[in-house]
Design a protein around this ligand. Structure first.
Ligand code: SAH
Length: 228
């Protein structure tokens, strides 16, 4: 666990950012309107992960608020509670070894996953965002994330099957091709619904069958076609 250099977080915020992260973790454990995050592995990784390095400097002072923030090009870094919940839900039935993420965005979710699983594959359709995310992985010494500039709606079949798949952009449905890339016993988490809000769904593949359950309401930016 924690294959990154938390010390890379210094640069201006330094000590105060650790205190701010500690407060964020307390908040994740007792969000007033949301179920509490309980998995100590997820809480510990997020306690160390420098989220302020995943957003523009102008917004860095808000990095440890439990809110989504803009990362440019109309996209957002997800709310910490949502990252924690999705990660916790992915780990709940056993820590996956190989995970695919669709929608790299800032790279924060991928970085959190990289500290918990063996190998992360992540796909982003906006090249500029992907370049920034890769810079962050390098800076933090994260070497178990492979990333690709592509329309990720159909996954990354060459590297499947994956024990876990996490979709971090919203769509009305999950492409059936993605389920083919899910290993037996694997878990897929995706926000399903329209632009006003989605249901966070968890699918588990057991004996070739998919079981689905709802983890509650979320709001993600849309999964879009093509690259840019
Ligand atoms: N996981 C990100 C937040 C994701 S925001 C983080 O931790 O910061 C959703 C991201 O999905 C955006 O960056 C958007 O460009 C990307 N996206 C949308 N449609 C996509 C597609 N078809 N393939 C790959 N990425 C996509």
């Amino acid at each position: 666990m924690t294959r990154f250099h938390p010390d890379a977080s210094v640069g201006g915020l330094g000590m105060t950012s650790q205190r701010a992260r500690d407060r964020l973790i307390e908040r994740l454990k007792s969000e007033p309107l949301r179920p509490p995050i309980k998995d100590p592995r997820v809480l510990e990784v997020m306690r160390l992960m420098p989220r302020h390095l995943f957003i523009e400097e102008a917004l860095a002072s808000r990095a440890y608020e439990d809110t989504a923030l803009p990362i440019g090009l109309g996209q957002t870094i997800s709310q910490p509670w949502v990252v924690a919940r999705m990660t916790e839900a992915l780990l709940e039935h056993g820590v996956p070894s190989k995970v695919l993420e669709l929608g790299t965005g800032s790279g924060y979710q991928a970085a959190v996953l990289a500290a918990l699983v063996d190998q992360v594959y992540t796909v982003e359709r906006i090249e500029e965002l992907l370049r920034s995310a890769r810079r962050r992985f390098r800076k933090l010494g994260i070497d178990n994330v492979r990333s690709r500039h592509e329309d990720g709606r159909l996954g990354w079949p060459e590297h499947g099957p994956f024990d876990g798949i996490i979709v971090t952009a919203a769509a009305e449905s999950v492409d059936p091709g993605l389920f083919d890339q899910l290993a037996e016993g694997g878990t897929l988490i995706a926000p399903v619904g329209g632009s006003a809000g989605q249901d966070l769904l968890r699918f588990r593949k057991q004996e070739g069958q998919l079981k689905v359950e709802s983890l509650g309401g979320v709001v993600f930016v849309p999964l879009l076609a093509g690259v840019r």
